[in-house]
Design a protein around this ligand. Structure first.
Ligand SMILES: Cc1ncc(COP(=O)(O)O)c(C=O)c1O
Length: 456
């Protein structure tokens, strides 16, 4: 960042300017996560509670990011904090198993339909890695079939498909041999059927069942049903990435919501109550790959080897249990879904009133905003815009996305990423009213500045 940008923000965000200048000298890339770069400064938070968070410059935000969608109950819910404190006082890292891990596992088994057995990890990405290893060990096959735009963590094994252009690696540094194990196609059932027929080396189809990037490019339940049939018929494992959908679409995640049971799923975020943690769940016969049998050859060469210093650490476990007990009631979902529904409707009404070429969509407690960049396609009615095409929905030009996020932030609204966010059960009626007011102002400014198209 150049000096003039620093100068421009020194008056309004003096702490953020100071912290970012330090960060540029210590943190590689200046931030701890690529999506935290900010426009032009990262946000530096000092405190969060309920639906709100406060930055180091004293600015307050209504938070629809909710810890990258990890917090269904809002920030710092008292019973989750208490449970973590209690666990801390008993010693926060044994490096051994402990009874709480079993309570956590049993809660997950009760909630998640495919969870005949579970294995804990430390994040969604680790869950994705381990699920792939299990699928390969169980089937004896190598490849994973993924869909365009789906994100399943940052590791090499899913290093292609999440980002446009979808057939290119998402990062430098991924070995070509690993990229060769990933097949990426559009979410098209004919293409799936064709590939499963032709390529006998596919171990698993791994997807976000909601559709690409937590439903930015949505998939229907019917699509998922047919995919279940196709994978079963081909003897290929169906693996759901429920890192975002898990415990959010319903207490039992997308599996409960849709009535479709995959062979395996992996979860992060809500499962550990917003603490580092994750879990791989699956059919008992598949998860037997973890078992020691006493057969020395099989145990050395055919079982899945899995370690992890912090797996099911007591503090994450306590947070997970306290959160899942609330999740099991279904009450947080009722509240969060109702608020998100009002937000979606209110935002969509604003776009309609302003004649904007765009619309708001999303399931349960999730909202996504699609905006057509100026000058637009010339559509005259918004129905012409409605699509499931991930290239379109994930293709809003970066400057427009940045302006949208920046203008909302300036009005105290933070999102998960791109143009979408999530609600929690801690959001309030006042949050919704203030957000709609801010959203209206942002949309009118973007129209005035000729950044978004209007209907002709
Ligand atoms: C759908 C999905 N899968 C996997 C991941 C990776 O999880 P983590 O960031 O915990 O590694 C994420 C993270 O945002 C995600 O949204």
């Amino acid at each position: 960042m150049d000096d003039s940008t620093f100068k421009a923000h020194r008056k309004t965000q003096p702490r953020a300017v100071d912290l970012y200048s330090r960060a540029l000298e210590s943190l590689a890339g200046g931030v701890g996560h690529d999506l935290r770069r900010g426009h032009p400064l990262p946000l530096y938070m000092s405190r969060a509670a309920g639906s709100r968070k406060w930055d180091e410059d004293g600015r307050e935000y209504i938070d629809y990011g909710m810890g990258n969608a990890a917090l269904l109950l809002g920030h710092a819910p008292p019973e989750v904090c208490r449970a973590m404190h209690d666990a801390l006082d008993l010693g926060f890292h044994f490096g051994n198993d402990h009874p709480m891990q079993l309570e956590w596992a049993e809660l997950i088994q009760e909630l998640v339909p495919c969870a005949e057995r579970v294995r804990f990890v430390n994040s969604g990405s680790e869950g994705s890695m381990l699920a792939l290893r299990v699928a390969r060990a169980f089937t004896g096959k190598t490849k994973v079939l993924r869909f365009e735009g789906h994100f399943s963590g940052w590791h090499d094994g899913v290093g292609k498909g999440a980002m446009v252009p979808f057939d290119e690696p998402v990062s430098a540094g991924i070995p070509p041999a690993v990229l060769d194990t990933i097949e990426v196609i559009p979410a098209d059932l004919d293409r799936v059927a064709d590939l499963l027929e032709k390529d006998r080396d596919i171990a698993a189809v791994m997807l976000e069942p909601s559709g690409a990037s937590w439903g930015t490019g949505p998939l229907s339940v019917e699509f998922n049903e047919k995919l279940r049939d196709l994978t079963r018929a081909a003897g290929v494992l169906l693996v759901y990435d429920e890192v975002i959908t898990g415990f959010r679409y319903a207490p039992g995640g997308y599996q409960e919501y849709s009535g479709i049971t995959p062979d395996m799923s992996f979860h992060g975020k809500i499962v550990a109550g917003g603490m580092p943690g994750g879990v791989v769940t699956g059919r008992a016969d598949i998860m037997e790959v973890f078992d020691y049998t006493g057969d020395a050859h099989r145990d050395r060469y055919e079982r899945v080897h899995h370690l992890g210093t912090f797996n099911a650490n007591p503090v994450s476990t306590a947070a997970g249990i306290a959160t899942l007990k609330r999740v099991a009631t279904g009450l947080p979902h009722e509240r969060a879904n109702q608020l998100a529904g009002r937000l979606r409707q209110g935002m969509d009404d604003i776009l309609r009133e302003e004649g904007v070429a765009g619309y708001v969509y999303g399931d349960v407690s999730i909202f996504h905003v699609y905006l057509e960049a100026f000058p637009g396609s010339g559509a005259s009615v918004r129905e012409q815009l409605v699509t499931r095409d991930v290239n379109v929905l994930k293709g809003i030009p970066a400057p427009l996305v940045a302006a949208f996020q920046k203008m909302l932030l300036a009005r105290g609204i933070d999102l998960v990423s791109y143009t979408g966010g999530v609600t929690s059960s801690a959001h309030t009626d006042e949050d919704i009213a203030l957000t709609l007011e801010a959203f209206g102002e942002v949309i009118r400014s973007l129209v005035r500045e000729h950044m978004i198209a209007t209907l002709k």
